[in-house]
Design a protein around this ligand. Sequence first.
Ligand SMILES: [Zn+2]
Length: 384
Amino acid sequence: MPSRTTAANPAGTPLASIVRAIVALPTTSFREQHVLAAIRAFAEARGLAYTEDAFGNGYVTYRKGRAVRGARPLVLGAHTDHPGFVVEGVRGKRLTLAFRGGVDARYGKGERVRLYGADGRPRGVARITRILASDSPNRWARRITSAVATVEEGIASVGDLALWDVAECRIRGRIVEARQCDDLIGAVAVLATLDRLVARGVEGHVIGSFTRAEEAGLLGAAAAAGARTLPEGALVVAVECSSMAGGRAEQGAGPIIRVGDYGHIFSPDMTLWMFRLAMEMQQADPKFKFQRKLMDGGTTEATAYDFMGYETGAACVALGNYHNMGEDGRVAAETVNLDDIDGLAELFVRMAQDTKRHGAVRAASAKRWGEIGREAGARLKAGG
Ligand SMILES: [Zn+2]
């Protein structure tokens, strides 16, 4: 029997059980309270501090060891909302629904939604009879703004959530099918990282950041960065599920070091550091896989953090059925691969242990290129 160290269970909590505890919780922009309550409970069960800022974003802090003094904290940020409807009007069985988030308006008509009350419990089911779209001359660019639905089972009240009637959370083999992978799986990856840091007694300083209203325009991240809520000097990583459509990435091929998004690229030094650590992990264990990709299917919170002066990188897992847009115009559960989430958490644990190398990795590359530059000149002059 292996000897026990300080950690009671070095493997930590099984990943699938963290997925099950978080990913099915009903949420949408401005209505993230059930997810944040679960994150608070998760933190408190592990003796970690949970705090909220003035905007309701949640933070879980892990800090252990003397070595972290003066070191740059690692901020791992995921968002806690997902596109969904909120009931705005009830007349008998007829509901008017407002949509929060970005989904193509060719989706939705005839689909069923599940209704959730203020306590997060299911209350009934309704069917969408009409979709109202944003105004755009291009039919393909129109987004759902609101809808009309008819209650088929149960009851509804103003303020209820109305979320697509697809699998809340189903794990088949290594594939997670869930209504709200984006970005509750990102939150799961951050929680799994914190769990493993605790279980293994790692020395490091990591802040899990759980933001609100990303789907409404990166609001939680922008407000937090604008108020300088994150520590100055922090190394910030936006953690996402990002659309793999169009061959952007491969599901099951490992976590993705994300170099940019739809319109921006992030700190090359962060990417270089993450890439170097991932390469070292792969050298030590050839089974460790990772990808390095742009992932330009959407905009991520890293754009807000970067433009607002934080040293910012990004990481994600490849997402299928982005924003529930399945094949043939039908709404579907999103998909991710469990091994990708596991690899992402392992990469984050390694980053937590090696924040001091963030600057050194760049300096080593610069030194090497300085040497190459000097030798190159001599070789060129010598003819080969
Ligand atoms: Zn999204």
